[in-house]
Design a protein. Structure first.
Length: 278
């Protein structure tokens, strides 16, 4: 076998050119290849050693391009909706519960002393409760009513009075009266009656509105409507009370000035806290 045939066989078997030269010279030390590198048929894809050295650099560029694109992308921030808090409505609810212990139904007049006001208050509210039932009573037989009454005791008093209310006496009175008798009722007396009824219903309405406010907070909603209704109620009471002053110049009475306690106004205007969204 000639050196050329041995060298050609190595090249055809896939041996690189320099390796084939070194192996051929081991067996044929005196062999020298031709000056021009012959072109030998290659069965597979041949890659020069220089191309193999350059491949890592190409792969590095291909891998680094997505990284550069990643850092060039703008940062996107997702805005989180602020969580609702209900500190103000809950504080207002607690304040309403505390203010229910303040006087609601009372009686006070500048011309009476404190002891006289207490006696008139007990006698007056006992008479109202017995008179609403339509039963005949004497002053000595009246059960004493603790006066003044706070919001909770006023609630029980109002519920008991309304439950014992005899509606037949109103129908009997209106059936026997003529149309002229209705015209004789002054507007001040009518407004006084309306404001007095609103005063009796106030503790019940305040408690119901407080329950609605608590339910609204439980549903993650601000009790703005509840606050508006409570504020409107106390303002209407003040308007009707100011228009319903009865009596002569020496002794005048009004539901707001003589019968309503401080709790009626404090709880009514405390509803402003329901409008605070914190």
């Amino acid at each position: 076998m000639t050196p050329e045939e041995y060298f050609s066989g190595l090249i055809q078997s896939g041996t690189e050119y320099h390796e084939a030269m070194r192996a051929t010279r081991m067996y044929f030390p005196h062999w020298n290849p031709a000056p021009a590198q012959p072109q030998y048929p290659v069965t597979g894809v041949q890659t020069s050693p220089y191309q193999q050295v350059q491949q890592p650099a190409q792969s590095y560029i291909q891998q680094s391009q997505p990284v550069a694109q990643y850092y060039q992308q703008p940062t996107q921030y997702i805005s989180k909706k602020p969580e609702r808090t209900f500190y103000a409505p809950l504080i207002t609810l607690g304040l309403v519960v505390l203010l229910m212990f303040t006087p609601f139904l009372t009686f006070q007049h500048d011309e009476l002393s404190n002891s006289e006001e207490e006696e008139v208050c007990e006698l007056l509210y006992s008479s109202i409760q017995y008179g609403a039932s339509g039963d005949d009573f004497e002053i000595d037989d009246l059960d004493t009513v603790n006066c003044p009454m706070n919001g909770f005791s006023s609630t029980f008093y109002s519920i008991e009075t309304i439950a014992d209310l005899d509606t037949d006496q109103f129908t009997d009175d209106t059936s026997g009266s003529d149309s002229d008798s209705e015209g004789d009722v002054e507007s001040e007396e009518a407004m006084f009656g309306i404001s007095l009824i609103m005063l009796f219903l106030a503790p019940i309405i305040y408690l119901l509105l407080s329950i609605l406010a608590l339910v609204s907070v439980g549903l993650k909603k601000y009790p703005t409507l509840v606050g508006a209704l409570q504020l409107i109620y106390v303002i209407l009471f003040l308007v009707f009370s100011s228009m319903g002053v009865i009596g002569d110049g020496d002794f005048e009475l009004s539901a707001g000035g003589n019968f309503a306690g401080i709790g009626m106004y404090l709880i009514g205007f405390a509803s402003i806290g329901y409008f605070i969204r914190k």
